[in-house]
Design a protein around this ligand. Structure first.
Ligand code: GNR
Ligand code: NI
Length: 173
């Protein structure tokens, strides 16, 4: 397993539509494991392939918590939201690709997601709470969407402006 460098806003790969995985083969399994290692290294709850510069529809998550001893490690290719609840939940979100910023995001409280597991077998999962927010946040990444797109235009533009300026300063070092 390898820790891979993160793509940070305004990296163009974060705004692209990621391509579907054709076959879940050893390369995809390697990608999933690298993503899990990178996510853990960065102390994130989830990671989408575009965040390490790979424009493919692959996400990983580890939303294990103290109340629920069951490990919640997920590796998904081509995840799709099949159903979403009408009732919503708000959560303070952050993103490893937008370090230093957080914002309140409102999303469907419960979702059903269809995906291919690391063996290429079709699976379905039902999520609520933090896991529901996380899986929707990761699937958004595959569609070039970021949590800041749910904030007010003024907040979003402020974050983009600051991150773009920081990127320019970093390049000039
Ligand atoms: O680490 C993360 N925390 C988080 C908190 C609330 C909702 C979603 C997330 S995902 C984020 C890691 C990340 O950027 N994944 O794309
Ligand atoms: Ni993110």
């Amino acid at each position: 397993m390898t820790i891979r460098p993160l793509s940070i806003l305004p990296a163009p790969v974060l705004r692209k539509l990621a391509a579907p995985v054709k076959t879940v083969d050893d390369d995809i399994r390697q990608l999933m494991d690298d993503m899990l290692e990178t996510m853990r290294h960065e102390q994130g709850l989830g990671l989408a392939a575009p965040q390490i510069g790979v424009s493919l529809r692959v996400i990983v998550m580890d939303c294990s918590d103290d109340n629920d001893p069951e490990p919640m490690i997920w590796k998904m290719a081509n995840p799709e939201i099949m159903a979403a609840s009408d009732d919503t939940a708000s959560m303070e979100e952050g993103c490893l690709s937008i370090p230093g910023y957080r914002g309140e995001v409102t999303r469907p409280a419960e979702v059903e997601v269809k995906f291919l597991d690391e063996h290429g077998t079709e699976q379905q999962m039902r999520a609520d709470g933090l896991l529901a927010a996380c899986v929707q946040h990761e699937i958004d990444h595959l569609n070039g969407k970021l949590f800041i797109d749910y904030l007010s235009r003024i907040k979003r533009d402020m974050i983009i402006r600051k991150m773009t300026k920081d990127a320019r300063i970093d390049r000039d070092d």
